[in-house]
Design a protein around this ligand. Structure first.
Ligand code: GLU
Length: 279
């Protein structure tokens, strides 16, 4: 068994991250397996060097040990490009020139837009551009993002499923998140591509992650099938919530482990707090 904790160094770790890290470490430990640390640092617009150091400091403080070969996803960009090339060859992705504003405008004009758990799906504006229209857009200097064509991917892979330790067998719903972006225009890749490529590269046997990412796992399973990658087992765990029952998030300035440590919290106190605020 090989598990990993895969934080994005775009902020300080909070209690939710600590829970995720302990969950992955404990699962490996129970089975005499290996535990890895991987930095999901592809969003270079938000990553700060200081968060790498602080993350390791917090994890060491919490008694976590991982194998010395810590992976940074920014060192693996060519592999993500290779994966995108393969998807282009398969014809299951299409270039999209829409800005956020364009998409919003288009959605405002629709009477019924399909919705998923993350909000309205991409309305498909660029889905049927002709090669000439694509070339004309590129000639104006617009860099496209690339989206999964969920209809074509479904036709190609047929029925898929994955297995979750608590939920059991899950049938993949190809259109659950609509035609998601697989390569952002600014960074040329996405969380979805990087995570499946690296879980395979690192031989991760068991992916542990918060249940807020359950929908993303449907996309990952599709990508594994298209890219001929092995499928790991999945464990979508509970989330740590604040006193009002809302999931902790970096953007809400959830209390950082750094701050809690400075305020005198011990690991045992944090673990007790986590167990009381997990759902
Ligand atoms: N990097 C993701 C996060 O910080 C987790 C990735 C994953 O477990 O797939 O939420």
């Amino acid at each position: 068994m090989i598990t990993r904790f895969a934080p994005s160094p775009t902020g300080h770790l909070h209690l939710g991250h600590l829970y995720a890290a302990l969950f992955a470490r404990d699962l490996a430990a129970i089975h005499g397996g290996r535990f890895l640390l991987r930095y999901e640092d592809i969003d270079v617009t938000r990553v700060r060097e200081t968060y790498f150091t602080q993350t390791e400091d917090d994890l060491h403080w919490a008694g976590l040990e991982w194998e010395p070969s810590t992976l940074r996803q920014t060192s693996r960009m060519t592999f993500y490009q290779d994966a995108m090339e393969k998807l282009k060859t398969l014809g299951v992705v299409y270039p999209c020139f829409c800005s956020r504003k364009d998409i919003q405008r288009e959605l405002d004009n629709l009477t019924r837009a399909p919705h998923g758990p993350d909000g309205p799906h991409y309305p498909g504006t660029c889905k049927h551009l002709t090669p000439d229209q694509v070339a004309a857009n590129i000639a104006t200097g617009s860099e496209p993002s690339w989206r999964l064509d969920s209809d074509k991917s479904q036709a190609l892979t047929g029925e898929l499923s994955f297995s979750d330790s608590r939920l059991g067998k899950q049938s993949v719903i190809h259109r659950l998140l609509g035609d998601v972006v697989l390569a952002r225009k600014d960074i040329g890749t996405s969380y979805h591509i990087a995570v499946v490529v690296d879980d395979a590269f690192q031989n991760i046997s068991d992916v542990t992650r918060g249940k807020d990412l359950l929908e993303s796992t449907h996309i990952h399973r599709i990508l594994q099938s298209l890219l001929d990658l092995p499928q790991p087992r999945y464990h979508h765990h509970d989330l740590v919530c604040d006193s009002r029952g809302k999931r902790l998030a970096k953007r809400d300035n959830a209390l950082s482990i750094k701050q809690l440590r400075a305020d005198g919290w011990t690991l045992t106190m944090l673990q007790k707090h986590i167990s009381e605020h997990c759902s």
